[in-house]
Design a protein around this ligand. Sequence first.
Ligand code: IVH
Length: 661
Amino acid sequence: MEHDAYQQIEHLRDELRRHEYLYYVLDQPEITDAEYDAMMRSLQVLEQQHPELDSPDSPTHRVGGAPREGFVKLRHSSPMLSLDNALNEAELREFDRRVREGLNGESFQYTAELKMDGLSMAAQFEQGRMVRAITRGDGEVGEDVTENARTIRSLPLRVKDALARFEVRGEVMMNLAAFNHLNAQRDREGLPRYANPRNSAAGSLRILEPKITSRRKLDYYVYFLLVNGEQVEHSQKAALEHLARMGFHVEGHHQTCRDIEELAAFCLHWEQNRDSLPFQIDGVVAKVDSIGQQQRLGWTAKAPRWAIAFKFPPRQAETLVEAIEVQVGRTGALTPVAHLKPVPVGGVIVSRATLHNEDEVQRLGVQAGDTVIIERSGDVIPKVVRVKSPGARRTPFRMPKHCPVCGGEIVRQEGEAASRCINTDCPARLKESILHFAAREVMDIEGMGEALVDQLVDRGLVKNVAGIYGLTLDDLLKLERMGEKSARKILDNIERSRKRPLARILNGLGIPFVGERTAQLLAEAFGSLDAIAQADREELQRAEEVGPKVSASIYEFFRETHNRQLVERLRAAGLQFTFAHANTRGTALRDLTFVLTGTLPTLTREEAKQRIEAAGGKVSGSVSRKTNYVVAGEQAGSKLDKARELGIDIIDEVRLLEMIP
Ligand code: IVH
């Protein structure tokens, strides 16, 4: 029996690894995401039943284990040195001349690779298992990020190869789609954006909570294969091919160049075509291909003589700042923006550049009328790099004291770079605030999506979040593409949302730094919205996980007149302003609706139902948009299909039990 389970588990792990490789490395999946998820669930259930068979390289560990206190420092097997740079073609040719000289006219070739703009990391393998991952650090000593690295799907945790011990080195990257997605999410949560994909990859890899790293969709591209700190193959090209055969993600655009002309052409090609890639590169790395010749060329104290980083020139241009204006973002953050005399930069006409915040304007010393250098770097939005020459007639910039859109108060908290309009009714913020308020994990008002909110705000039907509760059937029927049936349904959903618990309302208010978890902790600690609104900064800090920054943010929020009025309107709408302690029922699953389908591995249908209800949840017989989770077991049927169709979270018994204390 035990043996069977072992075989079954190993089989599932192998299959999952194979599909991860097909999906994340080759980008050629053979099965659907749902099939992959189902296979993962089966493995989770089996591992749960046989904890003694757990293994750190099981695909189930991709989701991230327990948080860390800090990172341990580890020494590299051999130093992770850097590369010398060539900043233009002349310097590239100079490098080629030194190589030819060093090799006494012997024939040789280059392997040219893209210079991936991420952060370098080494991963060590023993008996085919990934045992250690270390960031570059200062090149000698880096940080042990093994647990976080395990969550990177394109890094195989197990490799079939004859080498008993080896190490790979490469770049941890975040592709542009994942980067933009992450920043959009941070905007919604009122958190500062990451400046570029490299920073966000570095930040994500070095988070103390592997679960968060797991969600960040990192990638790992390798270019070195080492044994005892030495390269093993006879050439770089062979090493890349070996790595690819082992199942690692090797960037596919590398090319053999027979001479400097081919190399220069490769560099120029990628300088011009870098925007066609799904990730960022900042140059080309050229390596003498033969490892024997590399050894003869040797190293300087800092870098190999056999390789060079050809850095793309920054895409800069010079232009005039016509004005500096302030833009109000979705979270109320004010961003000074330089309006420029339009100028082409790297093939794009730029007429605006961000100045980020007040401090940055000071640092640059930029004023309207100045001639500046702007740059399109890794970031999507161009920025001002420096003042080239001050204008004869200059206008100094001052952060406004009142919001340019609504006239509300602007607050800049201590220790924060951003100044914010703290009026939630500000039209610049309103649509986003309503969408946040109505979101599924917040007040859960189904149907209150972008199309509807746009119309409600544009027609002045809703002037603040509380306005939702004053909507009538007539109001809704005036809107485009709105039939009576849908209108009634929306009103129904709004009605239902009045009963949501305090924590959700608190989250829904959109107070900067107060998300789902903080809201829950505050609700539990203070018991009512009024108690929170009246508390001073110190009192607020008595709640778990609330520090000076968060408490200041909450305090300011409830001191703003518009916000106080909003709270009163919500009260008048009959929302629950007190924390309901459930006496007999648990609260872990409160307000959540589950649908059970298929045979669960350990619980009967009735037992599962009782457990869910005891924790405050509801069990329904059919899947609809109101379903929060579908709990699926073996031979799950049409309910599972329906759940997939509606995009409802599908979980297994293990996950369900994890949700119940
Ligand atoms: S080879 C001895 N190959 O660029 C160091 N590096 O500027 C050899 N990088 O530290 C590094 N793509 O973080 C190499 N295809 C590539 C690369 C690459 C990006 C990074 C790496 C290195 C830095 C040097």
